[in-house]
Design a protein around this ligand. Structure first.
Ligand code: EPS
Length: 387
């Protein structure tokens, strides 16, 4: 029986490897490692990253789940080896006993009853997101078979924000601009503004967060459900995005701004265009997309739009007020090699966790044991009409 699509990761920042174990993929999906590695490479980039990214060259290998590169319906296991593998060497991973405000250090040390935050911080580290990108890239390979594409980018930070608005018609052009940007922002002026902010933070021994966005194009209406609260697609997307290290807020479509407007200025009018009856929206067009493509926990045929907010990196070169866990003396928090900003990487991670949830919802609606069954169910649905 097909399982709902799901994944787990294992691995520590300076352990041997990161692993993604993906369950619920149909038989017959080609696992294109070049594509996965291209996305892993994207995640490593971005202005403001630390020296670690010059050490690593993230590459996925398949440990299980395929025959000649094609899924056979069993769990798929992907591994990314850590070059900076030193967790078992105590001299190279000394205790961290001056917790960093904002990191998992203090809560983890109390939870595990230790004055050394090392165990917690190694797993809490955002290094783990490489495994999530690998899992999400597999999801994107599946979605591509059905014309569903994701586009993630950096919207801004502090007082810089681009006002670009991705649509079905312009997103591939914006993607080129994003890929030309050192900070994954498809607006050259805003890119420079964000880079300047990160440069300033570096000079001042500080850090920067930012806003990321993911847009999903090509979803048919009806992915997700209004029938069970824990299967609402908007709820699942929020869960997935909030689960990314350092994310503090998630919004769908107009998000928090909804409360600042009357209903007539929020809800997206419905129109019917007979000429577009074979499009993925079945010809039901909307006058705006404030809902971010989701109504009643289901896709409505408009692009899915998810916003994520990342807090600044919690490892500050200047330190923050803290306490030594052994002596309880007031100290500055401990510095570890880190990034000044990982917002570009975060936009890649967010795109991939969003893709995974969309693929999960897609397979819940159309999935079978094989890609042939999935394609047949999808095709049948495309031929139905509300009547
Ligand atoms: C991280 C600290 C840095 C980051 C790391 C996340 O690693 P290191 O301590 O080895 O310099 O570079 O992110 C990654 C390694 C990555 O690949 O994203 C942290 O403390 O969360």
């Amino acid at each position: 029986m097909p399982m709902p699509l799901r994944y787990q990761t294992a691995g520590e920042s300076h352990g041997n490897s990161l692993v993604a174990l993906i369950d619920g993929l149909p038989e017959g999906l080609r696992v294109d490692l070049d594509f996965i590695n291209q996305e892993l490479h994207r995640r490593q980039g971005g202005y403001g990253r630390g020296a670690r990214q010059r050490i690593e060259s993230d590459t996925a290998e398949i440990l299980a789940g395929t025959r000649a590169g094609v899924t056979i319906g069993s769990p798929l296991c992907l591994r990314i080896v850590n070059r900076d593998h030193r967790l078992d060497d105590a001299a190279k991973t000394p205790p961290l006993s001056r917790p960093r405000p904002g990191h998992a250090d203090l809560a983890g040390s109390i939870k595990y009853g230790t004055a050394d935050c090392r165990g917690t911080l190694e797993r809490a580290s955002a290094r783990e997101t490489a495994a999530r990108v690998a899992a999400g890239a597999v999801a994107r390979l599946l979605l591509r078979e059905y014309g569903v594409e994701t586009f993630g980018f950096v919207r801004g930070a502090i007082d810089v924000r681009t006002d670009v608005m991705p649509t079905n018609d312009n997103w591939t052009t914006l993607k080129q601009a994003r890929d030309a940007s050192e900070i994954a922002c498809p607006d050259a002026h805003a890119s420079q503004g964000i880079i300047d902010l990160i440069h300033r933070a570096k000079t001042e021994k500080d850090t920067v967060g930012g806003w990321c966005e993911t847009h999903v194009f090509g979803c048919v209406p009806g992915l997700g459900t209004c029938m069970n609260w824990d299967e609402r697609l908007d709820a699942r997307l929020a869960f997935a995005v909030m689960g990314i290290q350092a994310f503090k807020a998630v919004e769908i479509g107009l998000g928090r701004e909804c409360a600042a407007r009357f209903g007539s200025k929020v809800h997206d009018g419905i129109a019917y265009n007979e000429a577009a009856r074979n499009a993925t929206n079945f010809g039901f067009e909307r006058t705006s997309n404030n809902a971010g493509g989701l109504e009643g926990g289901m896709t409505n045929g408009m692009p899915v739009v998810v916003h994520g907010t990342m807090k600044p990196i919690s490892t500050l070169l200047q330190g923050m007020p803290s306490v030594d866990l052994t002596t309880h003396e007031a100290v500055r928090s401990q510095y570890e090699r880190s990034d000044v900003s990982a917002i570009a990487a975060a936009s890649v991670v967010m795109e991939h966790v969003v893709a995974f949830e969309i693929a999960r919802a897609f397979l819940l609606k159309f999935g079978g044991d094989t890609m042939r069954e999935t394609s047949a169910a999808y095709q049948r649905f495309r031929e139905t009409r509300p009547s």
